[in-house]
Design a binder for this molecule. Structure first.
Ligand code: MG
Length: 451
């Protein structure tokens, strides 16, 4: 039923899928959904198209009777903060996160500071596709107010941590929205900060926006050469953070997720949420602190929803989207940054030492071509065959694809939400076991496709 919304709001190439007209209509559709009153906090990343989309969304909201709080260029989590701080009825962030500069997107936020759920997005889409948008009369058109949310947002985050000593940190914001927060935040905490690509530039000339190893070569070498304690990289809207240890290595995301998860557990039986594709190193770390792991579908909205449901103390994905519900329900890159520092500070250890203490679980990732219309049928057959073929299976999870868990590893077979592929992720306690599970799963999948 949903055609406009993907896993993270509406996203596309500007002028192609994402046009000024669509932005205008979505602004008006949200105002209609909100009953034509109340205010909406509106932020944007520094893309070349963000001013244009912002103007259109603003017009749509005003014409539908809502007031607009213009936040300017801010990280996505600052929109979530603004919604709560100023009691707005909703929030909108204009961003395409880690996508290339020709993309942009529109993501909606609720009054509780959580991203809109698929149900809320569907309601907006119904208003849009049914052309039920309601412009208001001339004397009820909304007003625009510019608000500087950053000092309050930075103060809130700084207030969540106290460091015993000063750290040297290299920050690479990829010319994205993190540039206006993370360097300042760290200086406020008494850190010595060196910045890379931390001036706003909508062409993102510094590096690819995904904070993955192939884009972080410069950060790694600077951290090592100046003897920094830590390197941090954000994606374009800074709802995510990746870390580089003091040896200049990109921290393996699942291990870092495990360390942070364990660190958030203060009492036994507290719950941590992670996605079905995360490594069992997370389970190991959490079990050691007496906590419990709940697995959910891939995507930060699913994580936030599960956090609420299970009253979890933390939730995160291996992508680096981490939610600290003691502060708010938005994935937050600047907050993740200081939580990593807090981890170093409270353990008194270097990041490389903490990472190297964890076990190494070999992973194999593969994708098998499968037409979209066949996916559901193939997955059904895969589940039936897999149950029969894998005799040592301990547990089967079907919340997102099929995840089979064994004593010595697991396999996740999951149809891609956007491409004609079925993805196979395997993790084994040893490389041989990983390969063995992977081979078997691939065979079952291919048989299921032939049936
Ligand atoms: Mg992002």
């Amino acid at each position: 039923m949903r055609k406009l919304f993907g896993t993270s709001g509406v996203r596309g190439v500007v002028g192609d899928q994402l046009t000024p007209e669509l932005a205008l209509d979505l602004g008006l559709a949200l105002a209609t959904y909100l009953g034509g009153k109340g205010s909406v906090a509106l932020g944007k990343d520094p893309r070349t198209s963000s001013d244009m989309i912002e103007s259109c969304v603003t017009s749509g909201l005003l014409s539908g009777g809502c007031d607009v709080m213009k936040l300017g260029v801010v990280p996505t989590p600052a929109v979530s903060f603004a919604v709560r701080q100023f009691r707005a009825k909703a929030g909108i962030m204009i961003t395409a996160s880690h996508n290339p500069p020709e993309y942009n997107g529109i993501k909606f936020w609720g009054s509780d500071g959580m991203a809109y759920t698929p149900e809320q997005e569907e309601a907006i889409e119904r208003i849009y596709s049914g052309k039920q948008m309601k412009p208001t009369a001339w004397d009820r058109i909304g007003k625009v107010e510019a608000i500087d949310v950053l000092p309050g947002y930075i103060d809130e985050i700084v207030g969540t941590v106290k460091l015993k000593r000063s750290y040297k940190v290299v920050v690479d914001c990829g010319n994205g929205a993190g540039s206006v927060v993370t360097p300042y935040l760290l200086r406020k905490l008494g850190c010595k900060v060196v910045t890379l690509n931390s001036q706003l530039d909508g062409f993102f000339p510094g590096r690819g926006l995904e904070p993955s190893p192939e884009n972080l070569g410069e950060l790694c070498s600077v951290v090592k050469s100046i003897g920094a304690d830590l390197g941090i990289a954000h994606d374009g809207d800074a709802d995510r953070a990746a870390a580089v240890d003091e040896l200049g290595r990109v921290a393996q995301p699942d291990k870092l997720l495990g360390l942070i998860s364990a660190h958030q557990i203060r009492r036994k039986k507290e719950v941590v949420v992670t996605t079905v594709d995360a490594s069992s190193v997370v389970d190991d770390c959490v079990a050691e602190r007496g906590g419990k792991v709940v697995r959910t579908r891939v995507g930060d909205v699913s994580v936030a929803t599960a956090i609420k449901k299970h009253k979890a103390v933390f939730g995160g994905e291996p992508s680096g989207a981490w939610i600290f519900p003691r502060v708010h329900l938005a994935p937050d890159g600047p907050l993740a940054t200081i939580k990593i520092l807090e981890l170093l500070d409270s353990t008194g250890k270097k990041l490389s030492e903490l990472l190297d203490m964890l076990p190494e679980y070999p992973t194999v990732r593969e994708k098998v071509a499968c037409p979209n219309e066949k996916k559901a049928d193939v997955m059904k057959k895969f589940k039936i065959h897999a149950k029969r073929e894998f005799l040592s299976v301990k547990r089967i999870l079907t919340i997102d694809g099929v995840r089979l868990e064994f004593e010595s590893g697991w396999v996740l077979v999951r149809p891609s939400g956007t491409e004609p592929y079925i993805r196979v992720t395997v993790e084994g306690k040893t490389p041989t076991r990983a390969k063995e599970i992977g081979r078997k799963a691939a065979k079952i999948l291919k048989d299921a496709m032939r049936d």
